[in-house]
Write a protein that binds this ligand. Structure first.
Ligand code: F6R
Length: 601
C-alpha cells in the first residue's frame, strides 16, 4: 500500500525520489507527491492523484533541492484527489509530512485544530500531524515531531521536513515499516527496501515508537540504533530479461523452493531442523491442536498446511482467515499452537490476530518471508521462508515456500509424535525432489498457453477439488481472478451437486484438481457430472490417475509423495492465471484495485 521515500545529500533529490516511488508502485497506490527544501530553505510541494508518471509530467521547472520526501498514497481517509495526496503541509506551508498508517483520533484532533482557527484543507488524518508539528514550540525538529506524535493515536511510518530545519528529515515508526538507508555522504528514508536498494544496502530498521533524525552527515535514533549491512541482491527488484515480476518469480521457484529446505532436512532420522521455532521437542509434543491464520493466498496455503499437519502429526489443525479471527473475540487455548502465515509480514489483519493471541497468552509462530517484519517480530518464533523479495502483487514463489514451510513444520510435529522414521524419510526424499519437479513443470509452460487462452475467453469459471485438492482449487481461483479479472470461484468437488451444478454449461469451464490419491476415482465421478452437462473441463492431475473416458484437457504434474502433491498441482494454476492475464492484455504486476501489502483495516 502507501510508500515513503526520503533523501538528504549532495544530489538533486527529486529524480531520486521519483525513482524510489516508481520502485514502490508494485505495492499499489492511487496518488503521489513530493516535497523538497530548496537551497533557499523554502518548502515546495507537488502532488497529484494518479500515477507517478503523471506527477513527473507536472513537476514545475526548477523543482529541486537536496532534501526531500515523496509518497505514494492508497486512499483511506478521503478519496484519491490532488488535495488528499501526500505530502501534507501545515498552515504556514513550512512543514511537510508523508505518512503511512492510520490515526485513530484524527477526527477529534481535526475538530480541536478547527476550533483553534486552523483551516484544514484535506480530508486526511495525516494533515493533522503537519499542523501539530507546525504549532510546536520545541527547539529541534525531532522534539517537534515527538510532541506531535504524543497527541495522536494510531499507526505511522512517517517522514517530516521543516523549512526552519534545513538539511534534515525526521522519521518515525509505529506499526508501519520504516527504514533508514546509509549512503556515502547521503542518507535515505524508505518504507520498503525496494525504494533504495539500488543506492545502499546498509540500513537501520526502526522499531515501533522510535524516531530518527537524518542529515547528510548521518543519523541518530531515539533507540540508539546502529546501521547494519543486509544480505539482499538488488537484482531481485528488477524484472531482468522477463516481461513481468510475476513471470520472473514463477520461474525462480525451483531455486527459491530449494532455499527454504536448505539445511533443514534430516535424512538420517526423517525429520527437520527448525531452530527458529524456539521449541523443545517436549513443548512441540504438548500441543493438542494447531490453528493457522493468514489472509488471501496465505490463508489458502494455510488450509493446505493444516491438512498436512493433520495427516502427519494426527492433531486437529484448522486454518481461518486472520481477518475474521481477530474480530470475533477468539478463544485462545494454551495447548493450541497458533501459526501466522504472511509473505510481507505486514498484513495488518494477520498482525492484529497475532497480537490478540499474545494478549491472551497464546503461543504463535510465524511462517513469514520478510525478515524482521512486524509479524515476524511479533511472533514467538518461526520459520523464515527465504523466497527472496516478492514484487508481483499475485503471490507465487512465497506461496510455494509457505507450503514447504508447512511441510517442514508438519514433519517436525509428526516426528515428535507417531510419524515413523520410515515415513519421515519418505517425506524428506519427497521434499528434496520437489525443486526439480517444479522445474519440470515450468519447462512445459508454453503447453499451457493455449489452455489459458481458452480459459481467458470465459466470463466465469469454477475451480474444484476434494480434500487436499480443495485448497489448491481455492488458490487457483484466487490467482486467476486477481490478474485476469474473470469470475473464478472455488468449490469442494462434492459440493457441486448441492447447488453450483446449476451453472454448468458449455460457456462455463471448470478446472479440476485431481491428485493421485485415494479420492481420484471420486473426482472422476465429478468430471462425468460436469461433462454430461456440456461443461468444458481442464484437469490438473498426476500420471497415475485414470480419468476414464471423460473428454478433458489434461495437464499432468510429476508423481510425488501424496502429501506433497498440492504444491505441484498449484504451479500450473499460477501459469494458467499468468497466461490468461497476458492474453487479456492486463497489467500483470499491478492488478486493478489490489495492493501488495494490505496494511490497513
Ligand atoms: C494473493 C495475494 C494476497 C495475499 C494476502 C496476504 O496473490 O497476494 O491474497 O496473499 O494479501 O498477504 P501476506 O502474505 O503478505 O500477508
Amino acid at each position: 500500500m502507501c510508500g515513503i521515500v526520503g533523501y538528504v545529500g549532495p544530489q538533486d533529490a527529486p529524480p531520486l525520489l521519483i525513482e524510489g516511488l516508481a520502485r514502490l508502485e508494485y505495492r499499489g497506490y492511487d496518488s503521489a507527491g513530493l516535497a523538497v527544501l530548496t537551497d533557499r530553505d523554502k518548502l515546495r510541494v507537488v502532488k497529484r492523484a494518479g500515477r507517478v508518471r503523471d506527477l513527473v509530467e507536472h513537476l514545475p521547472p526548477g523543482f529541486g533541492g537536496h532534501t526531500g520526501i515523496g509518497h505514494t498514497r492508497w486512499a483511506t481517509h478521503g478519496p484519491a484527489t490532488d488535495v488528499n495526496a501526500h505530502p501534507h503541509t501545515d498552515a504556514t506551508g513550512r512543514v511537510a509530512v508523508v505518512h503511512n498508517g492510520i490515526l485513530d483520533n484524527a477526527y477529534e484532533l481535526r475538530a480541536r485544530l478547527a476550533a483553534d482557527g486552523v483551516e484544514l484543507v484535506s480530508d486526511t488524518d495525516t494533515e493533522v500531524i503537519a499542523h501539530l508539528v507546525g504549532r510546536s514550540q520545541a527547539a529541534t525538529l525531532q522534539e517537534k515531531v515527538a510532541e506531535a506524535l504524543g497527541q495522536v493515536h494510531g499507526t505511522w511510518g512517517l517522514a517530516v521536513l521543516h523549512a526552519d530545519h534545513p538539511g534534515e528529515i525526521v522519521a518515525a515508526r509505529n506499526g508501519s515499516p520504516l527504514i533508514l538507508g546509509v549512503g556515502n555522504g547521503e542518507m535515505y528514508v524508505a518504507s520498503d527496501l525496494a525504494a533504495i536498494v539500488r543506492h545502499t544496502t546498509t540500513v537501520v530498521l526502526l522499531d515501533d515508537g522510535e524516531l530518527a533524525s537524518v542529515t547528510e552527515r548521518g543519523f541518530s535514533t531515539t533507540g540508539g540504533k546502529a546501521a547494519a549491512e543486509i544480505d539482499v541482491d538488488p537484482a531481485a527488484y528488477e524484472t531482468g530479461e522477463h516481461e513481468s515480476f510475476m513471470l520472473k518469480e514463477i520461474l525462480e521457484q525451483p531455486e527459491t523452493a530449494a532455499r527454504v529446505l536448505q539445511g533443514r532436512l534430516d535424512d538420517r532420522f526423517g525429520t527437520t531442523h527448525l531452530g527458529g521455532l524456539e521449541m523443545t521437542p517436549h513443548e512441540s509434543r504438548a500441543f493438542r491442536r494447531v490453528k493457522v491464520l493468514g489472509c488471501g493466498s496465505a490463508y489458502y496455503v494455510g488450509e493446505m498446511g493444516a491438512g498436512l499437519i493433520e495427516e502427519l502429526a494426527r492433531i486437529p489443525a484448522h486454518a481461518e482467515p486472520a481477518s475474521e479471527f481477530r474480530y470475533r473475540n477468539p478463544i485462545v487455548e494454551r495447548d493450541t499452537l497458533y501459526v501466522a502465515v504472511s509473505q510481507s509480514g505486514e498484513t495488518l489483519d494477520t498482525l492484529l490476530a497475532v497480537e490478540e493471541i499474545k494478549r491472551k497468552g497464546g503461543r504463535v509462530i510465524g511462517l513469514v518471508n520478510v525478515v524482521g517484519s512486524a509479524i515476524a517480530r511479533a511472533c514467538d518464533g518461526g520459520i523464515y521462508l527465504h523466497a527472496g523479495p516478492e514484487v508481483a502483487v499475485a503471490s507465487t514463489k512465497a506461496v510455494t515456500n509457505m507450503f514447504l514451510g508447512f511441510a517442514l513444520l508438519a514433519l517436525h510435529l509428526g516426528r515428535v509424535r507417531d510419524l515413523s522414521v520410515a515415513d519421515g524419510k519418505r517425506l524428506v526424499a519427497g521434499l528434496e525432489a520437489l525443486p526439480d519437479q517444479i522445474a519440470e513443470i515450468l519447462e512445459r509452460q508454453d503447453e499451457l498457453a493455449e489452455v489459458a487462452d481458452e480459459l481467458a475467453k470465459a466470463e466465469s469459471l469454477f475451480f474444484i477439488g476434494r480434500v487436499r485438492g480443495y485448497p489448491v482449487a481455492r488458490e487457483g481461483a484466487q490467482k486467476f481472478k486477481e490478474i485476469s479479472y474473470r469470475h473464478a470461484e472455488a468449490y469442494p468437488a462434492s459440493e457441486l451437486k448441492h447447488g453450483p451444478l446449476a451453472l454448468i454449461s458449455p460457456t462455463m469451464p471448470t478446472v479440476v484438481i485431481v491428485p493421485d490419491d485415494d479420492l481420484a476415482s471420486r473426482n472422476v465421478g465429478a468430471l462425468e457430472e460436469i461433462a454430461a452437462r456440456g461443461g468444458p473441463l481442464v484437469v490438473i492431475t498426476q500420471p497415475g490417475v485414470d480419468l476414464g473416458g471423460v473428454q478433458v484437457t489434461r495437464i499432468d504434474v510429476p508423481a510425488s509423495e501424496v502429501e506433497l502433491a498440492p504444491i505441484l498441482l498449484t504451479i500450473p494454476l499460477q501459469l494458467l492465471a499468468y497466461r490468461a492475464a497476458l492474453a487479456l492484455g492486463h497489467d500483470i504486476d499491478k492488478p486493478r484495485n489490489l495492493a501488495k501489502s494490505v496494511t490497513v483495516e
